[in-house]
Design a protein around this ligand. Sequence first.
Ligand SMILES: [Zn+2]
Length: 316
Amino acid sequence: MEHTSLRRKIHPKYVYLGAIVVLFGLSSYFGYTSYNQSKEIEMLMQERNFFLLETASSTLSREEERALASSTIAELSERLSLTAEELDEIEDNYREEKNKNDDFEDQIKEISGTVGVLDKLSKTDKELLQKYSKVYFLNEHYIPEKIVPIEKKYLYNESVSKSIHGKVEPFLNEMIEDALEDGIKLWVVSAYRSYNEQASLKGAYTTTYGSGANAFSADQGYSEHQLGTAVDFTTEGLGGGLTGFENTPAYQWMLDNASKYGFTLSYPEGNAYYVFEPWHWRFVGEKLARDLDRANASFYDWEQRKIDEYLISIFD
Ligand SMILES: [Zn+2]
């Protein structure tokens, strides 16, 4: 009864109104839900897009990186090739400069070598290898650059001092010592003679032999003695004299060995210039003495021009 009475109390218009409210509420709910869903979808879509975008952009940057990298490589390789070309060029230039320098160095060496040769030649007495003859004499005022006394033990007459060119002395000493080792005694009878000494000697010869003294090789050889490079030797069995020297073992030893010490026989047997002087040996340097020996020639056989080539090495 009470229920019936309530139904009775609710007017139908409120039922409709209620239904409308409920419907509205439901639609609102569903609408809201769908709104939320669409919002959610939208967000998801945005996220997706963002992801895609990001992915795309990161892909692009990688491509860009790749492109950049390859262009960098290309650039680097280009630069490298340029550098290689430059290096080649630099190397070429360097070689060219080096060659120039080498040429220059060679020229300097050549010049200094020439200067050295000229200097050595300028300091070498050119008279030492001059050929003297009846028409070409050594100047009467000529004095060797250095004259030293010969050791007394090498002299036949120790009481009379003898001198020799200072640069020839070591060669002389060595030769006499080596001869002695072979059992050969070589004594110096005469060596350096000044012009005045020679003049008085010539005077003595002239007194003794008259005009025939001019034929004496002592006359011709005096220029060589004035040089300080010529030595007259004697040996055992000659009583200190020169005559007969050609028949002694000492003479044979000299023929076989003197050139090794730079000495040569100025006036050999049968020479076309002067009489045979087996005792008279002139220092001309080892090279020239050996070459003359090999050529079986004498000092006076050769042209002065040819002999002069040996001047530079006379004391070598
Ligand atoms: Zn002599």
